[in-house]
Design a protein around this ligand. Sequence first.
Ligand code: A3P
Length: 320
Amino acid sequence: MSSDNSGTQLVMNPHIQELHDQRKSKGHGIPCFQHDGVCLFMPSPEMLKGSRPVDRINSIKEAELKDDDIVICAYPKCGTHWLWEVIEMLISGTLQHQKAVKETRMFEFLYKEGIEAVPPRRVFNTHLPLRMLPKQVVEKKIKCIQIMRNPKDTCVSYFSQIRDMVPPYNYQGDFADFTEAFMLENIPFGSYSTYLQSWKAEVAAAPELPTLDMYYEDMKMDPVKAVKDIARFLGLASSNKFCEDVADACSFKKMKKIDQEMKSGLPVKIWADGSGGTFYRKGEIGDWKNWFTVAQSERFDQIWNKKMKDFGFEFTYTLA
Ligand code: A3P
């Protein structure tokens, strides 16, 4: 994937709060700002266009939506790129991969004016909680799909991304440090457990909002069924054969190849030069076993299960 805006410079100003709790083994932090209880990546000056980050994020709430917009909601690294490509194929009725990257449809890159400028039919995506999305998501009953993934693979995938990002966003602590931050909110988009709790509570408060909850692992184990479920939720009359073809065209191998060969248009430079950073790393269930020690894994389970036991999320951690 190519990217253009090299040399992203962050001018230190009062809105930047480095995440000090991450300053452990290598004294590194990620520039973030705090908004409505959530840590968010500090936008680069070209994204801010002279505005305050909080005002930019708040502008999203006022964006006008179209009745047939679709929104993918997900915590980072749960499979947004995959789901976005599947939905784009389903609604276009073709097996054409998007040339653009899904970041060109991401609320937190677009803000109000960018959201309104996207031509129909629009498939947006976001890592923000429902309360920070355009108010019209709820008012217009916009179809929302939530994709979730087991938290250990999510943690590994997030660490791998953030480690490879362009300075000053690159995380230089080790995996153990990152895992602690992942569990304790000190990370862009907050902790995954809090994200899921908020999703559950905010959807419950908007009972007429049409939502579909999906799991990365289910999609991985039976992609054709997942594609059919999505088509049904979107009210599309996609044939079985077309759903099979979409699942195949969006396999990890094919999407990785397409990403390298034809994707372009990242709104900001994301990967550090020479890092080999990619949104298509391994695409597997259970890679976490190669990262967590037994002790780390047990501590993770303890903290996660204590916080999430009453919320009803069922995750698959390994292939049967
Ligand atoms: P890994 O880092 O474990 O490989 P997101 O799109 O939300 O950023 O999530 C990225 C994760 O989804 C990465 O996980 C990536 O490899 C995986 N992924 C992307 N496309 C995929 C596909 N077609 N099939 C399976 N996994 C995919």
